[in-house]
Design a protein around this ligand. Sequence first.
Ligand code: EPU
Length: 472
Amino acid sequence: MNKESFVIEGLAGRKSLKGTVKIAGAKNAALKAMAAAVLFDAPVQLNNIPDTEDVHVMSEILEKLGAQVVWKQNALTIDPTSITSTIIDPKLASVMRASVVLTGPLLARFSKASFPAPGGCVIGARPIDQFIKGYEEMGATISEADCNYTIEMPDIRYQRTEIRIHFDKKTVGGTETLMMAAVLGNGTVTLTNCAMEPEIVNVAEWLNECGANIQGVGTETITIIGTRGKLLSPKQPYVAIPDRIEAGSYLILGALCAENLTIEDCRPDHLALLIDMLTNSGVPIEISNHEASGASIKSADQSGQIINGSLTIKGNTKPNSAFKSFDVITKEYPGFPTDLQAQIVTYLTQVAGKSVVTENIFEGRFKYVSDLQRMGAKLELKDSKEVQIVGPTELLKEHMDSHQHENGDVGPHLNAHDIRAGFAIVMAALVGKGTFTVNNTYLIDRGYEKLEERLTALGANVKRTKTDVQSI
Ligand code: EPU
């Protein structure tokens, strides 16, 4: 964990950023494809992998299990044939909740997995009851000692042949993990009330190309017909779909800070709701979808069509105060993503009118609100799920300095509270007036590839520095 900060020169409302940003592969799909490598009988090739901290942590976890991982310019080769351990390293797992998805493939292949109570970003309680319930219905026994769980699954030969598991709550990680746990099984596992995020579809389609039989992915009911112990073969390399959250983050940033900005290599269809909201608010957005050529990103939507495209903000000359406010409720895909909630709240502080943003997925995802308030934004937290915003307000370093002690003695800096809130606060600093320091950049690095380099290429003044100990 580095102790670095971003020092950001605010644009004071000017829309001077311009250029093109190329979207990386989806972190939340890539991490699951990396975990799925455990299911294979030979080294797998993973392409379009984002160069983010979480990907490197997952590589290390796989290496500790015994896999050989080679990273080369946004591509990974993972050789799972040398895996000897089924114990997910507690120290590494404590910094990344996504490590828990590894239990699925480990159980499928080795009938055993041990992992610590999951960590990850500090957003709410984040229980794993749905994983545990699913494993128990698959016949597993689970023991807990010293905050470590050990799960043992019956040998494939003794597994039941018809298993139905209903998720009481939609869960992305739960859906992916149980799906992967069932791939090599003896019978059929039907999962209902599944999450439908495109990242799940992306990974499942690749597994199917390599010998798995997963049906219904992208709908609420997924059926996995097990291979009866036959490992998957790397017939196709995996290619991560474009990161819709990264694309959405830059789209919101562009709306506030760029007259002209092109977001290339993204999937506009995965961002339909956000694009509609911003367009109705007054942001001039052009969408271009095109058929991807064989060599470029391959990813099928539910109709089987391959779509890849770009989003362009063009002629965005009106002041942000000319944009209209709107309300947002976060929901599972295809609803508004929780991972864009902090960015959209920041947007709404700059536009005219009142808005209400309701967070339905995670508790504790409003920690950044106090940072925006210190900058001068008019936000009121109603409870752990709702924030009310009145815009437009100027975001000022001067305001922070004169109200430094209002939210406790928090010092002259801003904070990245989680990956997405981190981006939102960087965006707030860019919109604002003055020079801002954002601490805890390692959280931003977990999910955004080279953020300061990309922003600098667009004309922003963002410098990475060692965190000044006085400001922690
Ligand atoms: N939940 C339970 N029980 C469970 C599992 C989940 O109650 O057994 C709850 C969670 O506490 C949460 C809700 O269900 O309130 C949704 O959690 P989910 O399992 O869907 O989230 P996740 O798999 O842990 C992934 C992404 C998150 C993203 C969410 C929602 C990865 C690695 N993480 O998390 O991404 O916010 O889905 O879309 O895929 C990020 O990238 O910054 C990030 C946090």
